[in-house]
Every structure is written in structure tokens, then in C-alpha cells.
Design a protein around this ligand. Structure first.
Ligand code: FAD
Length: 816
């Protein structure tokens, strides 16, 4: 084949909406020498049969950003690339049957308005006036999103393809990729039946085939792509004269309807309806040995399975009786890939240099536009405009085996529109990673939560406490846990508590020159041997990439400790920059961590028996024995009291934990820790600390040493920002909250304008107040300034506090 391209900057494997959008966006960023390979015709995977709904709704800031961008792109794309297509911006209504659902809508509405989406809350009567076919007697209210709509997925893909081709990109249809080879310099050869293509970067955009394509990358450090495949059906009804008459009279389609508590969408399709249920008794496909994934499923569907969705169809016919007057004209039953949390994988491929993922999309039509932008930014710039941790492939580590993926995928599908309450932990596929004292924690009443696959106690229940999932169906602070969290915090304040923290990410760094290399990576300085400190990593824009605790053992030997969830993210950050001669190893699974903290913690260690020097100051660490077992004691406390972290090999943990309990420590959980840390203004990763903020905005100035000789990433940007001044500033707020504390991304208001957002919020049991951390317009970050924080639709007074911890501002208790 004469015009077969043997070279390309990027090769994208997969020509669905996502691969094509990535190609288009790479071209828009000036990388116009890229190739897309499609094994069949464009759209042959999931894209061709999608219903094409394009919502913006989400309670995740990142996902809403991505979907909002899609709607903005789709509105202009036909003109931009001169390819007409059917995109109907019909608006949508979401129906609320409960107070909690109304609160969720209020929250999304507020986030939407902050992003410039003019969402509105309607009464049932207002909804009925605009949607006369709707039964509203049992509704509490409705969320209206004027930007929602539907698009023809095939036309959208072809439009993106045309735009890409016009920019110079190449699309090879009927050209399956058959494998990849990585060379010593990190570049690739992608193999096809028609020839090889040399390239710098590869993107896996293979939709529901992504796991299969992902296998090729394992020999270069990759892992099994965490995903499974669900069957999703929608029904098209025959035409309905009433709908036709209404549409003619009003000159538009009905808004798209989602009855999220029942779990379906209902859209006007020509003069009938398209009904798409997400049924609880759902069906996974290609998940068992007797149902293998075929070599090729291009443009194929499964047979109808209407029994599964009968109840939902019946409910929809009661909600919109006009639906019941028409027969079913067609059923589409096709494959949708699911990651274990239902969100796609977009970003660097874990473990593999110069490879990226943009796959496993459950809502790829709605997200495709934004996903192309995000993927192209990752590839070209090495970072993204918005913090995209929510979809970063590295959020999953080594626990996502097949069984886990299938169970979680089914759970997410069956609860596609469920509310994600703050005290609710989803029950499927649990106990993937447990601490050596897991059974003991259970005996003590631990109510568990999952952190990077690890089970940790969120709180400790007493006999008679309601630990059912139903009890967690609230956005409120109150619940069976509240009194227990209070008791746990008070024990830490007045006595001593112990928290088992399995899965704290732990890396060992050593080798000649390790210190000097680290100095060039971080924004601040290193501790002396025997001491520890916090270090921050910036991206090139001066934004917060991550935070690690650094324990220095000798000149060139360090233990780096970081958030459980950050394990693969942070390891790769170090590994990808590691010079030859240095050693970096991950010991997360070999060690346990216990936080022992409270004013009586020193007495406790003395009582148990330790030869450690308990007078060593705050931020020191030492090898020690406790209860006759070897461990390390680090004098630090995320709870903000006198305390030590006990780090020990797994086999020693049960003995040490039991001794700590026997000496009188009260076990406490993650909820208490969250309450305790927020009173100290300690930031949490990917809530308060994210690439949505610069280090200077985040108030981390004291961890930035611009006068050091090393030219660390972000230095120039931070210097620039320091000269120009920050736009936002980190603040601690005391909130006159009602029943709920401020969740992440609650809007901050001042003088009728949104001036910032919260990054986390919780009740502080030591200061007896609702506390929020947040980012506010710099001129308002002045102690005493009164703002309002919008919490599930309620505007609550919030006052900016002094720039110091609310609890123990001088850190005297820590230093005691
Ligand atoms: C019934 C149904 C209704 C849906 N409705 C909606 C909706 O209303 N809104 C919404 O947002 N989403 C919807 N979806 C989901 C949506 O279809 C998918 O999320 C989206 O199409 C995924 O796009 P993609 O580009 O990631 O994957 P795909 O469209 O599957 O594209 C992947 C491509 O990769 C190609 N490929 C695979 N392996 C290779 C290889 N080795 N070499 C070359 N090419 C390869 C495949 O042929 C395929 O064309 C629906 C899905 C179903 C099943």
C-alpha cells in the first residue's frame, strides 16, 4: 500500500467517538502527523448504536467539566469542520422523589451554575407546564438542564474524523492493530496486517476491546485493564400522535426525561420515545468462560431481553402514560464497557512510558468531546487543564482482578443514577486488601470503608448501633456514627487513640546522589537524617501534583510515604524521572502503619515498654521496638495531638496493635481522623491538594524555596505567579451549617457572586463547629470576611479564619 504511513507522532488504536475526538484534538494542538487505526469501519464498537444522550449533569467537578466541554464543542463542531449533523439541544428534566434527591440536584445545580450551565430547579407544576405528558403527583421537584440533548453518534464521529483529516491526520479503516513493540529509547512500533508504524506515543482507545489491546503492553510494565462489559438496552416506540401534535404546535422536542430514582431515561425520538433503563438485575457479558468475547463484534447487537427491564418499563408508562399507547418498534441491546467505578480511563497508562489510555467509556458520547481534549493535553503537554484524577487510570492499582471488575461493574450499572452519600460504602467485591489486624478491627466494631482497595475502619460501632447501608442514605452529619466519631475525637483529644492505616503508600529511595536528585524534584527542602518533613511536587505550571512525607535515614537514603490512593500516581512520578544508579522500591504491602495519638500517647508507649527515646522532638523518627517487636516510630500526628506513627513489618503488627489496645488506646477511624485533620487545616490529597490549584494558591508558600539552586519543575511558573499575585487563596472557614457540612466543591458566595469553592468540609469535634477548607478570590481571603457557602441548596454564613490551625494554633500539643 503506497500511502501507508510508516511513521507517526501518535498512533491511536480505535476509531470510536473517543479515539476520533483524541485525533481531532491532537490536530487542534498542532500535532497533525498522527494516525488512527480502526479494525473495521469508524464507530463499529459501541459508538454506532449509542442512544446519543449528551448530559452535563454530574456531582463530580471534573466529569461535569468534561461533559460541559462536549456540549460546547458539539454546538460549534458542524460549522467548525463543515459537517452537518443532528444535535438536538432539547434540555432535560430529572425527577426527584425524595428530599435527598432534591438536595443532590441542588448541589449539581449550584456546581453547574459555577461552570456557566444555567441549570434550574422546578416545582412539579412547572415541570408539568413544560412537559404536559408527565404524571407529577408523587414528585418533590425537578432539575432542569437547558444544555442537555442528544446527538447522532455516527455523525459526531464522522464530523470529528473530517475535522482531523482536514488538519492532516490519517485514519486507516479496516486496519486492525495486531501488536506493539517498545524500543530502548521508549518509542514504539505499532504492528498492523498492512505494515508497521513507528511512533512516539500509543493510545489505547479500543472501547470494549481495551483489555485485549492492553495485554500487549504488559511486557513493557503494563497491567490488565480494569474493566468488564455490560449489556444495555433501549427501546424505540412507535410514533405517538399526541407527541407529534405537541411537537408540531411547540416547534420543538420534549425535554429528555430521567427518572433517576426508578433508573431510566426517556427521550423523544422523532414522534415516539426512546426508553433506556439501567436495571438492577442487569447482565454482564463476556465475563465467564462459557461466554467468551468474540474475536470481532463489529456492528453487532445481542438479542432483546425485555423481561429484565419489564418493571422499569411499566413504571415509565405510569409516569408518561402516552408511552403506554404505543408498541415497541425496535430494541437495541449492545455492549458498554465499565470500569469498576463506571468512569472512563483517561491518562497515562500505568507502568508504561509513552503510552496512554482513553477507553472504557460508559458515557462516551457525552464525554467524548471533553475526553479528546483531556487525552490530547496529557499527550502533548504532559498535564491537563482541569484536575482529572477522577478518570486517571492510576486510581486503580493491583487489586482489580476479573471478579472485582465484574462485581463492581454490575453494582455500578444497577445503581447508575444512585446518590453517592458521604457515609455510604458500596458493598460489592470487598475485602480485596486487608490489614494484618483486620479481624481484630472487626471484633472491635470497625465499620469499614475502602481506600485504594484496602479496608480501613471508618468508625467503630457499639452494640446496638445501626450499621445498615440504609442508615447511610443521608447527606447529613447525623447518623449512628456521629456520637461514636465524637467519642473517638474526644479520646484523641483527652487520652490516646489508635488508628490502623493499612495501605499507606511507602517507597524506599536510595543510592549515591538521591538527596540531590530529590532536591531537584521538590519545591522545598529536605529534612536532616533522623528527621522528617512534608515535600511538595509541582507540575510545570506551578500546580500541586502531590505531597509526600519524607523520612531521611542517612545522606542518600529515604522512606517516602504518601496517600493510599496515590500509590501508583506517586511511584510513577518518581520512577519516570529516576536517574540510573538510584534505587526506588515500593513496600506498601509489606508494612503496616498505626497512628497512636493523644496527650497520653507517651505514657502509653512507656507502659508497653519501648527503648525508644520518646523525648525526641516533633518531626523526628527512629528505629525502635514496641512490645518487643521491631518497628519505626515517627513523631508526627495527622490528628494534631502529641503522637507517633508506628511503622512495622506486617508480621509484627498484631502483637504491637494488641499491646497498644491493652495499654488503653481507643481505636478510632477514618471519619474521626478527617474531623481531626480539618481542624488543623491539614490538606487531603485530591480534595484540598490538586492540580486545580497552584502551590501559592494552596497556601503552601512555606514549602517553596525559590532561592535554592535546583531548577525544580514549576519553579519558573511559581516565580511568575509570586510576582503577579495569586487569583485565589486557601482559607479555613467556620460555617454556620445546618444538618450537613460542606461537601467538596460547594460554591462560596459574596455579594451575590460565586467567589470560590470548598475543597473539603467536616464537623470539628474539638472546636465544636462545622469547618470547611476552600479557595476564595484572593482579595476576600482576609480573616473575618463573611461569605456564604451553598450546602445542598442552603446558603450558610461562613467566616474566613486566621491563617493558622483552628485547633492548637501554635502546635504546642504536637510539640509537648
Ligand atoms: C445501547 C447503548 C446506548 C448507549 N447510549 C449512550 C448515550 O446515550 N450517551 C452516551 O454518552 N453513551 C451511550 N452509550 C455508551 C457509548 O456507546 C460508549 O461509551 C461509546 O461509544 C464509547 O466510545 P469509544 O470510542 O470509547 O469506544 P468504541 O465506540 O467501542 O470504539 C472503539 C473502537 O476500537 C476499535 N478497535 C478495537 N480493537 C482494535 C484494534 N486492535 N485495532 C484497531 N481498532 C480496534 C473497535 O472496532 C471500535 O470501533 C450507549 C451504549 C449502548 C450499548
Amino acid at each position: 500500500m503506497s500511502d501507508f504511513p510508516n511513521k507517526a507522532r501518535v498512533v491511536i488504536i480505535g476509531g470510536g467517538v473517543v479515539g476520533t475526538s483524541t485525533l481531532y484534538h491532537l490536530g487542534k494542538k498542532g500535532w497533525t502527523d498522527c494516525v488512527l487505526l480502526e479494525k473495521n469501519e469508524l464507530t463499529a464498537g459501541s459508538t454506532w448504536h449509542a442512544a446519543g444522550n449528551v448530559p452535563t449533569f454530574s456531582t463530580s467537578w471534573a466529569i461535569m467539566n468534561m461533559q460541559r466541554y462536549s456540549t460546547e464543542l458539539y454546538s460549534r463542531l458542524a460549522d467548525e469542520v463543515d459537517y452537518p449533523m443532528n444535535y438536538h439541544v432539547s434540555g432535560s428534566i430529572r425527577l426527584a422523589h425524595s428530599k435527598e434527591r432534591m438536595q443532590e440536584f441542588e448541589r449539581a445545580c449550584s456546581m453547574g451554575r459555577y461552570q456557566g450551565i444555567p441549570m434550574e430547579m422546578w416545582t412539579p407544576e412547572e415541570a408539568r407546564a413544560r412537559y404536559p405528558f408527565l404524571e407529577t403527583h408523587d414528585l418533590m421537584g425537578v432539575l432542569y438542564d437547558p444544555t442537555d440533548g442528544d446527538i447522532d453518534p455516527a455523525q459526531l464521529t464522522q464530523a470529528l474524523a473530517k475535522g482531523a483529516r482536514d488538519l492532516g491526520q490519517k485514519i486507516l479503516r479496516f486496519t486492525p492493530a495486531t501488536g506493539v513493540t517498545q524500543h530502548d529509547d521508549g518509542t514504539w512500533t505499532v504492528h498492523t496486517e498492512k505494515g508497521d508504524i513507528a511512533c512516539d506515543y500509543v493510545v489505547n482507545a479500543a472501547g470494549y476491546y481495551a483489555q485485549r489491546v492492553g495485554e500487549w503492553f504488559k511486557q513493557y510494565g503494563g497491567r490488565t485493564v480494569p474493566m468488564m462489559v455490560m449489556s444495555h438496552q433501549y427501546l424505540l416506540s412507535e410514533e405517538i400522535p399526541e407527541i407529534e401534535a405537541w411537537s408540531k404546535e411547540n416547534g420543538k422536542k420534549l425535554p429528555l426525561l430521567r427518572d433517576v430514582d426508578i433508573s431510566y431515561y426517556l427521550r423523544q425520538e422523532k414522534n415516539g420515545f426512546n426508553l433506556g433503563p439501567y436495571e438492577p438485575n442487569c447482565r454482564a457479558h463476556w465475563a465467564t468462560a462459557d461466554d467468551p468475547m468474540p474475536e470481532d463484534f463489529s456492528f453487532q447487537l445481542w438479542n432483546d431481553d425485555l423481561d429484565r427491564i419489564e418493571d422499569i418499563v411499566t413504571d415509565a408508562m405510569e409516569r408518561v402514560p402516552a408511552l403506554g399507547t404505543a408498541g415497541v418498534s425496535r430494541v437495541i441491546n449492545g455492549p458498554i464497557p465499565y470500569a469498576p467505578d463506571g468512569l472512563p480511563l483517561i491518562g497515562p497508562m500505568p507502568g508504561v512510558k509513552n503510552a496512554f489510555e482513553a477507553c472504557v467509556f460508559t458515557f462516551g458520547i457525552a464525554q467524548g468531546g471533553g475526553a479528546g481534549k483531556v487525552a490530547a493535553e496529557w499527550i502533548v503537554d504532559g498535564h491537563t487543564e482541569w484536575d482529572m484524577w477522577a478518570v486517571d487510570p492510576r486510581r486503580y492499582t493491583d487489586y482489580t482482578d476479573h471478579d472485582y471488575c465484574v462485581q463492581k461493574g454490575m453494582e455500578v450499572y444497577g445503581n447508575e443514577y444512585a446518590m453517592h452519600f458521604p457515609h455510604h460504602e458500596w458493598p460489592a467485591a470487598r475485602d480485596k486488601k486487608v490489614s494484618p489486624v483486620h479481624a481484630r478491627i472487626g471484633e472491635l466494631g470497625g465499620v469499614m470503608g475502602v481506600y485504594n482497595g484496602w479496608e480501613r475502619a471508618n468508625w467503630f460501632a457499639k452494640a446496638g448501633d445501626d450499621t445498615s447501608l440504609e442508615a447511610t442514605h443521608t447527606w447529613g452529619r447525623s447518623g449512628p456514627w456521629e456520637q461514636r466519631i465524637r467519642e473517638e475525637c474526644e479520646a484523641v483529644r483527652d487520652g490516646v487513640g489508635v488508628l490502623d492505616l493499612p495501605g499507606f503508600s511507602r517507597f524506599n529511595l536510595s543510592g549515591d546522589g538521591a538527596a540531590e536528585w530529590l532536591r531537584g524534584m521538590i519545591t522545598g527542602g529536605l529534612p536532616k537524617a533522623g528527621r522528617m518533613n512534608l515535600m511538595y511536587f509541582s507540575d510545570d505550571c506551578g500546580r500541586i501534583l502531590t505531597e509526600m512525607s519524607c523520612l531521611r535515614h542517612s545522606e542518600d537514603h529515604f522512606t517516602l510515604i504518601t496517600a493510599g490512593a496515590a500509590q501508583w500516581h506517586d511511584f510513577e512520578l518518581l520512577k519516570n524521572a529516576l536517574p540510573a544508579g538510584l534505587s526506588l522500591t515500593d513496600h506498601t504491602t509489606e508494612y503496616g502503619t498505626m497512628i497512636v495519638t493523644g496527650p497520653r500517647s507517651r505514657d502509653l508507649f512507656q507502659a508497653i515498654g519501648t527503648e525508644a527515646d520518646l523525648s525526641l522532638p516533633w518531626l523526628s523518627h527512629q528505629p525502635a521496638t514496641v512490645a518487643g517487636r521491631p518497628c519505626a516510630l515517627a513523631r508526627v500526628s495527622f490528628a494534631g495531638e502529641l503522637g507517633w506513627e508506628v511503622h512495622c513489618a506486617n508480621e509484627h503488627q498484631p502483637a504491637i496493635y494488641d499491646a497498644i489496645l491493652a495499654a488503653g488506646a481507643k481505636p478510632f477511624g477514618m471519619y474521626a481522623l478527617n474531623a481531626l485533620r480539618i481542624e488543623k487545616g491539614y490538606r487531603a490529597w485530591k480534595g484540598d491538594l490538586s492540580t486545580d490549584y497552584s502551590l501559592l494558591e494552596g497556601g503552601l508558600d512555606r514549602f517553596v524555596k525559590l532561592d535554592k539552586p535546583q531548577d525544580f519543575p514549576g519553579k519558573a511558573a511559581i516565580l511568575r505567579e509570586r510576582q503577579q499575585g495569586v487569583k485565589k487563596r486557601f482559607v479555613t472557614l467556620i460555617v454556620e451549617a445546618g444538618d450537613c457540612d460542606a461537601p467538596y466543591m460547594s460554591c462560596l458566595w459574596h455579594d451575590g457572586q460565586i467567589v470560590g469553592e470548598t475543597t473539603s468540609g467536616a464537623w470539628g469535634y474539638r472546636v465544636n463547629a462545622s469547618v470547611a477548607l476552600g479557595m476564595v478570590r484572593a482579595d476576600l481571603a482576609v480573616p473575618g470576611t463573611a461569605l456564604e457557602v451553598e450546602i445542598y441548596g442552603q446558603k450558610c454564613r461562613a467566616v474566613v479564619q486566621e491563617d493558622q490551625p483552628l485547633w492548637d494554633p501554635a502546635n504546642e500539643r504536637l510539640r509537648a
